[in-house]
Design a protein around this ligand. Structure first.
Ligand code: SF4
Ligand code: SF4
Length: 189
């Protein structure tokens, strides 16, 4: 399998957070640790002209986890080699035999994806639900979405199907890490 990634359709996403909850349940994460997060963004203004309100306000939800980037700053920032990108499918993983809990990966990731677990004293993160994938299933977040707003697969196939947008309003510029995501935006320029 080639490099994998996620497709995120903001136009379908209602912000219900079923994906976030499914991820949290699947990974048995305690309060405060979120491998997948759903953000709300708003743009535009409302004005009152001659007693009439006019608005250009737009809002959108965005569900995001680790983007298993081509240029993973988390990996580059890890002094022990614990954070690594596996060759077979480009998934970025933490080797808990090597992690010393220094948190450098978190500081280097512009998406805030690595999550420190203070019970373990080590970093944790999205692994694309490797155990489910080995059984031929999707990551938990994908199957939990009631609106089919998320897909997972080879990024080349996702790009062929949905295009190449990998940054939207509210996200860091994609030029820093080359994230393996494709987004259908819901905020019109
Ligand atoms: S999103 Fe952050 S943690 Fe995930 S691969 Fe990219 S830089 Fe690393
Ligand atoms: S489950 Fe689907 S609709 Fe709900 S927040 Fe996640 S991506 Fe959006």
């Amino acid at each position: 399998m080639g490099q994998v990634g996620f497709y995120i359709n903001q136009a379908k996403c209602t912000g219900c957070k079923a994906c976030q909850i499914a991820c949290k349940d699947k990974n048995d994460n305690k309060v405060g640790i979120l491998f997948r997060r759903v953000y709300e963004f708003e743009e535009g203004i409302s004005t009152k002209v001659n007693g009439v309100f006019k608005t250009s306000l737009q809002s959108a939800s965005l569900s995001i986890s680790c983007n298993h980037c081509d240029n993973p700053k988390c990996v580059q920032g890890c002094p022990t080699g614990a954070m690594h990108k596996r060759e077979s499918d480009g998934v970025v993983l933490v080797d808990h035999e090597k992690c010393v809990g220094c948190k450098y990966c978190t500081w280097n990731c512009p998406y805030g994806a690595p999550q420190f677990n203070d019970d373990l004293g080590m970093m944790t993160k999205c692994d694309t639900c490797l155990d489910l994938r080995e059984k031929g299933e999707n990551p938990a977040c994908v199957d939990a979405c009631p609106f089919n707003a998320l897909e997972f697969g080879e990024i080349s196939e996702l790009r062929a199907a949905y295009g190449t947008i990998n940054e939207v309003s509210g996200l860091p510029s994609a030029k820093f890490t080359n994230p393996n995501i494709v987004i259908t935006p819901n905020i019109k320029e």
